[in-house]
Design a protein around this ligand. Structure first.
Ligand code: ADP
Length: 311
């Protein structure tokens, strides 16, 4: 079985569904409200576990009711949470997505315990990282925790996948330690300094980033699909056409899918196709972690699409 460790954030999402986003000073009744597990790290862990990987989470929550809820979710998903530390001083991370009737959103995040994930806590998880095929990192955890994870992975020939989201500078050392870099076009533009608003721009951005270390660079383009670069060869894959309910978590589903497929030893184009299906399926369900598809969902989806193409 593929084995994946995620080092990253665990949040509680307080989701408000609204007709429109409120204006400054305005008090607006919500159409609906939900509480769900979230945070890029936890979402990607849920994705990996549902897709059939032996999955471990390294992260931090507070000693509060939200932290207990998140640990329960991890346990229910069959994710090893022994390396999720309980912060004595800070509460659990909270995000507050405001979704309007068109599916657009604005999100407020209080990082809290996630911001205190220490390199020491990550190094304590070295045995788990050593047993994994791939370690997945995002940028909601402190940069020094990510670097500690990448260094631990490189000591044990565990592949490092960095999802450079949300956008923030990445050090040359971190890029050198990364084998698979996944980012959207906004993050690609910020990290490479290139204008990634055209196809040529995306290609140039990917090449610039590839030159700095990662053998594989994947740039996700939402409903436009995905661009990927491997050993100098550039390819585009269009997005699957689905009925979109909420795109929150699409990038995390994509990352989870890519990590699991690569850990299974799939060739890159096949792994990207699998990840593309995971991202599309996540768009058909409300919420982040709840929208992560299972291995069975993806297999059925891909089989139906193949049938349609053959018909
Ligand atoms: P992020 O949320 O990180 O910006 P993207 O919006 O680029 O990520 O989406 C990640 C992936 O999810 C895309 O590459 C694609 O595979 C899938 N995806 C996102 N939006 C759609 C959509 N509207 N239709 C189908 N697939 C989508």
């Amino acid at each position: 079985m593929p084995s994946v460790t995620i080092v990253g954030s665990c949040n509680i999402d307080l989701i408000f569904r609204l007709e429109r986003l409120p204006q400054l000073g305005e008090s607006l009744p919500a159409l609906g409200f939900e509480i769900a597990a979230g945070g890029k790290g936890l979402n990607q862990a849920v994705a990996a576990a549902r897709l059939g990987a032996i999955t471990a989470m390294v992260g931090a929550v507070g000693q509060d009711v939200f932290g207990e809820m998140l640990v329960k979710v991890l346990a229910q998903e069959g994710i090893d949470h022994t390396c999720v530390q309980k912060d004595h001083k800070e509460g659990t991370g909270v995000a507050c997505p405001l979704l309007d009737a068109n599916g657009s959103n604005a999100i407020v995040v209080a990082t809290r315990a996630n911001g205190h994930l220490s390199p020491k806590a990550v190094t304590a998880a070295e045995a788990v990282i050593a047993r994994s095929d791939i370690v997945m990192l995002q940028q909601e955890a402190p940069a020094d925790a990510n670097l500690a994870a990448a260094k631990a992975a490189s000591r044990h020939q565990t592949a490092v996948m960095l999802n450079a989201a949300p956008a923030r500078p990445v050090t040359p050392e971190m890029l050198r330690l990364t084998q698979v870099l996944v980012l959207n076009e906004v993050e690609a533009a910020q990290l490479s300094g290139e204008d990634a608003s055209t196809r040529e721009g995306v290609l140039t951005a990917a090449q610039r980033l590839h030159e700095q270390g990662p053998a594989i660079v994947v740039i996700t383009l939402g409903s436009e699909g995905v661009f990927f670069l491997h050993q100098g060869a550039a390819k585009w894959a269009p997005a699957f056409n689905v009925k979109v309910v909420d795109t929150t978590g699409a990038g995390d589903a994509f990352c989870g899918g890519l990590a699991v497929a690569l850990a299974r030893g799939k060739p890159l184009p096949e792994a990207v196709n699998f990840a593309n299906a995971c991202g599309a399926l996540a768009c058909t369900v409300l919420g982040a972690a709840p929208s992560m598809p299972t291995e069975n969902d993806v297999a059925t989806f891909l089989a139906r699409r193949r049938q349609k193409r053959g018909a």
